[in-house]
Design a binder for this molecule. Structure first.
Ligand SMILES: *[C@@H]1O[C@H](CO)[C@@H](O)[C@H](O)[C@H]1NC(C)=O
Ligand SMILES: *[C@@H]1O[C@H](CO)[C@@H](O)[C@H](O)[C@H]1NC(C)=O
Ligand SMILES: *[C@@H]1O[C@H](CO)[C@@H](O)[C@H](O)[C@H]1NC(C)=O
Ligand SMILES: *[C@@H]1O[C@H](CO)[C@@H](O)[C@H](O)[C@H]1NC(C)=O
Ligand SMILES: *[C@@H]1O[C@H](CO)[C@@H](O)[C@H](O)[C@H]1NC(C)=O
Ligand SMILES: *[C@@H]1O[C@H](CO)[C@@H](O)[C@H](O)[C@H]1NC(C)=O
Ligand SMILES: *[C@@H]1O[C@H](CO)[C@@H](O)[C@H](O)[C@H]1NC(C)=O
Ligand SMILES: *[C@@H]1O[C@H](CO)[C@@H](O)[C@H](O)[C@H]1NC(C)=O
Ligand SMILES: *[C@@H]1O[C@H](CO)[C@@H](O)[C@H](O)[C@H]1NC(C)=O
Ligand SMILES: *[C@@H]1O[C@H](CO)[C@@H](O)[C@H](O)[C@H]1NC(C)=O
Ligand SMILES: *[C@@H]1O[C@H](CO)[C@@H](O)[C@H](O)[C@H]1NC(C)=O
Ligand SMILES: *[C@@H]1O[C@H](CO)[C@@H](O)[C@H](O)[C@H]1NC(C)=O
Length: 766
C-alpha cells in the first residue's frame, strides 16, 4: 500500500520544471498578447493589468499589483487545538512590475505549454523581491486555468513569509464554500483557512464570553472551525481553489467589494480557477479535482444509529426497548468502548474517553461476542471510536492490556518535540495527556495498522467508527514530524488529509468498503475522496446560530459547496456547559426532538449523541415521550431512503453535488436566497425544507424562492407560489417540507406514504 504517497507529494517540490520557449519584454514590445493557454484560454495584457479569457469571455482579471508579499510570522496563541490567530504583516510590498512574459514548456499542460510572468515586487520594506507566476491549462482537467506563484526571498533582512494574490470581483458577487462555515455569503469577510478546535459558542452568548474569559480562546469565533477548505464558488459561478499541496495557513479576504485577495502563508502556492455555467456545474468541476466521497454502506438507511454509552447491559436494554416501540435501528454507536474517564467540572463531572484502542473490561467485558450478538440476533451493527491520539492509561482504574501511549512514546512514533526529544504532549484537560500519532512515519503506520487490525477491526465484527480529531498538530518550530521538511505551521492543516487517507486505505486493505462507515469532523482540501461521511463536529446542546442546532444547517451548506456531499450531525448536539456564572447549557427534550426532525430531513445518516455530560441531558431513551419522538424521526429518515439513494447515486457520486443544498445554488441571482444560512434548504432537487430550529415555535416563516416555482406543503397539501414568504404550521414531528413543483421523483413515494400515515401522530416533549 503506498502509504506515504501523500506525505511525499508534500515533500516533493511543487516547483514546476519549465523551459523557456520564447520570451518577450512586455514593456518595450508592446505585445498585449494573447498568450494562448491551450485551445480556448488565453492571457492578455490590459490597461494596468491582465486578464484571462475562455473563448470570448473574460474569466479572470487583475490589475497591478496583483502579486504581493509580506514579512512577519503570524501569531497563534492558545492551548491544544484552540488557537487564536493574529496576522502579522511587516514589510508589505507596495508594487509589482513585470519583466517578462514567456511561453514555456510544461509537461502537465495542454499542448505542453504554459505562460510565465516574472518580475519584481517593489518596496517590500527596504528590499525588492522577485516572483514567478505560471498559468496553464492542466491536461487532465482542461476546463480550468491552473497557476503557481513563487516568490523568492532574495537577501532581504526581513524575509517574506506570505504571498498575496489579488484579482477582480464585483460588488454583487457572493461567495460560498471554504469548508465548515456558518455565515451565509462570505462576501465582506476575511476567512481564515486553518484547521482547529471550533470553540464552544463561536459568538453565541453568554457561553463564548465565558469560555474565552480565561485567555485560552476556548469559545472561538465565527471562523474557528475543524474544517476550513481553500475553495469557494461564487454566485457568478466562479470557482477558485488552492491545490492539495498548498497547505499553509491562508486567508480568503473578501472585504474589498471589488477584489478577492488570497493571503497564503508560504512562498510557493498553486491552485486553479474557472468560470462554470452555474453553481452546480462549478461543484462538478471542483470535485473533478478534489475527488468525490465514496458511497455509504447500504445499511445506514435501515434506521437510527443509537449513540449510547454505559456498558453491555445498558446498551442491550435500550436496543430492545427501541425495537419494541417501533424505532428502526441500524446500529449502535458506542464511543465508550475503550472506557471513560471523568474530568471534574462545575457541579458535576464531564465524561471523556480513554484513548487506548482496546475494549474496556468493565464496560464491555465480552466485546466481540456482544457485538456479534447484536448483529446476529437483532440485525444491529456496532460502531466504535478512534482518534489521532493515544493517551497514557497507566492510571486507568480498571487496567489495560497494552498501554499504546507508552509503546509509541518509547518508539518516538508520536509527533515529536525537539526541545525534549520526546513526545509533543497534548493536554486535553486533567489526566488526559496524549501524543499525536505521526502519520508521516512509515514505522508508525505499520505499528498502528497492526493495532487497528487486531484490536479494532478483526477483534470484533464492528462496522466502523467515529474517526475523531485531526486538528491538533502543534505549529511551533520545535515540532518535528518524521518525514516533513516544511515548517509545522505549513504542515498543520494537511494532517486531516493524511488521517482520512489513512483510514480509507485501511478499510480498502481489509476489503470493507461496502460495510464500513467512518465519519470525520476534520477535513482538508481533497480529503473528501477518502471519507464516506462527514460529521459537522461538536455543537452546543442549544438553539444557537453559531454553535447550536442552526449551525448544523449552515455548515452542511458550505461543506456541500466545498465538495462534501454526505454529511450528518450529532442529534441533540454534544457540548454541555455547566457554570457557576448563572447559566448552564443542557439538552432539553424539545431540542432533542427538533434536532431529530432536522436530521431526518437533511442528513445522510441518522445518529444521536449522549453529549459530554449525559446525565444532565434529555436522551432518546429518557422516557416514553423521547423514545416515541426519536422513533418517529428515525422512521421519517428511513422513509426518505430511496430518495436519498437516488440522489447520492446519480448526482453526488458522479458530479459531487451535495444532498443538502442551500437555496442559493438553485437561485444564485435571488438576493433573498443568497442571505439564507440555516432557515431553509433543498434536500435534493425535489424537496424544500424549513426546519424548526427555535424552542416553543410551532410555525415557520419561510422564504420560497422563484415565482415560477410551486411549493406544495406535504403535511397539508397546500400549494404556494414562490417569490414570497409564507407561514406554515410546524408542530412537533412536522418540519415544513415542500414538494418542489413538477420536479419530484418517484423515489419520494415512501416518504409521502409516511406523511399520509403519520399525519395524525401526536408527539410530546413531557
Ligand atoms: C518552492 O519552490 C522552490 C523553487 O523555487 C523549491 O526549491 C522549494 O522546495 C519549494 N518549496 C515548497 C514548499 O514546495
Ligand atoms: C484573538 O486575537 C485577536 C487578534 O489579535 C484579539 O483581538 C482577540 O482579543 C483574541 N481573542 C481572545 C479570546 O483572546
Ligand atoms: C522591476 O523592478 C526591479 C527592482 O526595482 C528592477 O530591477 C527592474 O529593472 C524592473 N523591471 C522593469 C521591467 O521595470
Ligand atoms: C457587503 O457589503 C455591502 C456594502 O456594505 C452590502 O451591500 C452587502 O449586502 C454586503 N454583503 C454581505 C453578504 O454581507
Ligand atoms: C480555562 O482554561 C483551561 C485550560 O487552562 C480550560 O481547560 C478551561 O476549559 C478554560 N475555560 C474555562 C471557562 O474555565
Ligand atoms: C469525578 O471525577 C473524579 C476524578 O476526576 C472522581 O474522583 C469522582 O469520583 C468523580 N465524581 C463523580 C460523581 O463521578
Ligand atoms: C459479521 O456478522 C455478519 C452477520 O452475522 C456475518 O455475515 C459476517 O461474516 C461477520 N463478519 C465477521 C468478520 O465475522
Ligand atoms: C504515564 O503516566 C504515569 C503516571 O502519571 C507515569 O508514571 C508514566 O511515566 C507515564 N508514561 C509515559 C510513557 O509518559
Ligand atoms: C533522542 O532520543 C533518541 C531515542 O531515545 C536518541 O536515540 C537520540 O540520540 C536522542 N537525540 C538527542 C538529540 O538527544
Ligand atoms: C516542547 O517542550 C517544551 C519544554 O517542555 C515546551 O515548552 C513546549 O511547549 C513543547 N512544545 C511542543 C510543541 O510540544
Ligand atoms: C521517510 O519516508 C521514506 C520513504 O518511505 C522512508 O524510507 C524513511 O524511513 C522515512 N523516514 C523516517 C524518519 O521515517
Ligand atoms: C446549573 O446546573 C447545576 C447542576 O445541575 C444547578 O445546581 C444550577 O442551579 C444550575 N444553574 C442554573 C443557573 O440553572
Amino acid at each position: 500500500m503506498p502509504l506515504l504517497k501523500a506525505a511525499l507529494t508534500l515533500l516533493a517540490s511543487v516547483f514546476l520544471h519549465i523551459v523557456a520557449v520564447c520570451s518577450q519584454d512586455v514593456l518595450t514590445s508592446g505585445n498585449a498578447g494573447p498568450w494562448p493557454l491551450g485551445n480556448v484560454y488565453g492571457l492578455k495584457q490590459s490597461a494596468g493589468g491582465f486578464h484571462i479569457s475562455e473563448r470570448d469571455r473574460i474569466i479572470w482579471s487583475a490589475s497591478l499589483p496583483f502579486i504581493g508579499a509580506s514579512a512577519g510570522h503570524d501569531q497563534l496563541v492558545g492551548s491544544g487545538g484552540a488557537l487564536n490567530i493574529t496576522q502579522i504583516d511587516n514589510a508589505v510590498c507596495q508594487g509589482q512590475n513585470v519583466s517578462s512574459i514567456s511561453t514555456v514548456e510544461l509537461e502537465q499542460a495542454v499542448d505542453q505549454t504554459a505562460v510565465q510572468l516574472t518580475g519584481s515586487l517593489l518596496e517590500c520594506g527596504d528590499a525588492s523581491l522577485t516572483y514567478t507566476v505560471v498559468f496553464w491549462v492542466p491536461v487532465d482537467l482542461n476546463d480550468r486555468v491552473a497557476f503557481e506563484i513563487i516568490v523568492s526571498s532574495g537577501d532581504s533582512e526581513t524575509p517574506p513569509e506570505k504571498v498575496y494574490l489579488t484579482f477582480d470581483s464585483n460588488p454583487q458577487e457572493d461567495f460560498y464554500g471554504l469548508g465548515a462555515q456558518t455565515l451565509a455569503s462570505l462576501k465582506n469577510q476575511s476567512v481564515p483557512v486553518f484547521s482547529r478546535e471550533q470553540g464552544v459558542g463561536r459568538g453565541d452568548q453568554p457561553v463564548t464570553e465565558y469560555e474565552n474569559s480565561n485567555g485560552t480562546f476556548g469559545g472561538g469565533n465565527s471562523f474557528t472551525t475543524y474544517t476550513a477548505i481553500p475553495s469557494y464558488i461564487s454566485t457568478d459561478s466562479n470557482g477558485f481553489y488552492l491545490s492539495v499541496e498548498s497547505t499553509a495557513l491562508s486567508f480568503f479576504d473578501f472585504t474589498n467589494p471589488h477584489k478577492v485577495t488570497v493571503r497564503y502563508g508560504d512562498l510557493n502556492v498553486s491552485g486553479a480557477f474557472f468560470q462554470a455555467s452555474d453553481m452546480f456545474e462549478a461543484i462538478e468541476r471542483l470535485t473533478a479535482y478534489t475527488g468525490r466521497m465514496p458511497a455509504l454502506p447500504k445499511w445506514v438507511d435501515e434506521g437510527a444509529i443509537l449513540g449510547i454509552q454505559g456498558g453491555q447491559a445498558k446498551v442491550e436494554g435500550i436496543v430492545q426497548q427501541s425495537l419494541s416501540i417501533g424505532c428502526p435501528v441500524a446500529a449502535v454507536w458506542l464511543q465508550d468502548w475503550s472506557g471513560t474517564h471523568s474530568q471534574t467540572g462545575p457541579w458535576t463531572n464531564i465524561s471523556r474517553l480513554w484513548w487506548n484502542w482496546e475494549n474496556d473490561e468493565d464496560l464491555y467485558p465480552e466485546w466481540s461476542t456482544f457485538v456479534q450478538g447484536l448483529r446476529s440476533e437483532d440485525g444491529v451493527r456496532t460502531l466504535s471510536y478512534v482518534n489521532t491520539f493515544l493517551a497514557n492509561v497507566s492510571t486507568k482504574p480498571d487496567g489495560y492490556r497494552r498501554n499504546l501511549y507508552a509503546e509509541a512514546d518509547r518508539l518516538h512514533y508520536f509527533v515529536q518535540n525537539s526541545t525534549t526529544n520526546s513526545t509533543a504532549i497534548i493536554s486535553s484537560g486533567p489526566g488526559l495527556d496524549a501524543g499525536i500519532i505521526d502519520l508521516t512515519n512509515p514505522q508508525l503506520r505499520e505499528w498502528f495498522d497492526e493495532i487497528m487490525k487486531t484490536q479494532v477491526w478483526n477483534f470484533a465484527n464492528i462496522s466502523g467508527y467515529m474517526s475523531d480529531f485531526g486538528e491538533y498538530t502543534p505549529v511551533t518550530p520545535e515540532t518535528v514530524l518524521a518525514n516533513v521538511t516544511t515548517d509545522a505551521l505549513v504542515f498543520h492543516s494537511y494532517y486531516p488529509y493524511l488521517w482520512a487517507q489513512y483510514q480509507r486505505e485501511l478499510v480498502e486493505s481489509l476489503g470493507l468498503q461496502e460495510e464500513a462507515l467512518i465519519f470525520h469532523r476534520s477535513a482538508a482540501m481533497g480529503s473528501n475522496r477518502y471519507m464516506n461521511l462527514f460529521w459537522v463536529g461538536d455543537q452546543n446542546v442549544d438553539w444557537g446560530i453559531n454553535d447550536g442546532i442552526k449551525s448544523v444547517v449552515s455548515i452542511m451548506a458550505h461543506m456541500g459547496i466545498s465538495g462534501y456531499s454526505q454529511q450528518h450531525s450529532d442529534i441533540g448536539g454534544y457540548t454541555d456547559v455547566l457554570t457557576y456564572s448563572g447559566f448552564n447549557l443542557t439538552r432539553s427534550p424539545e431540542l432533542l426532538g427538533r434536532w431529530g426532525e432536522l436530521a431526518a430531513v437533511s442528513s445522510a445518516v441518522f445518529r444521536s449523541h449522549e453529549g459530554n455530560i449525559p446525565g444532565v441531558n434529555a436522551q432518546f431513551y429518557s422516557n416514553s415521550s423521547t423514545y416515541h419522538y426519536y422513533g418517529y424521526n428515525a422512521r421519517m429518515f428511513v422513509s426518505l431512503a430511496p430518495y436519498r439513494q437516488r440522489i447520492l447515486a446519480t448526482e453526488s457520486a458522479t458530479k459531487g453535488w451535495p444532498l443538502l443544498r442551500p437555496a442559493v445554488l438553485y437561485h444564485s441571482t435571488d438576493t433573498e436566497a443568497r442571505k439564507i444560512s440555516y432557515e431553509s434548504f433543498y434536500l435534493g432537487p425535489s424537496l424544500y425544507v424549513a426546519p424548526v430550529l427555535d424552542p416553543q415555535t410551532f410555525e415557520v416563516d419561510v422564504y420560497l424562492p422563484d415565482k415560477a416555482c410551486e411549493y406544495t406543503h406535504v403535511w397539508t397539501g397546500v400549494s404556494y407560489n414562490g417569490g414570497q414568504r409564507v407561514k406554515v404550521a410546524a408542530p412537533y414531528g412536522k418540519p415544513a417540507v415542500f414538494l418542489v413543483g413538477g420536479k419530484w421523483l418517484p423515489e419520494l413515494q415512501s416518504f409521502l406514504l409516511f406523511v399520509e400515515q403519520e399525519n395524525g401522530a401526536s408527539l410530546s416533549i413531557d
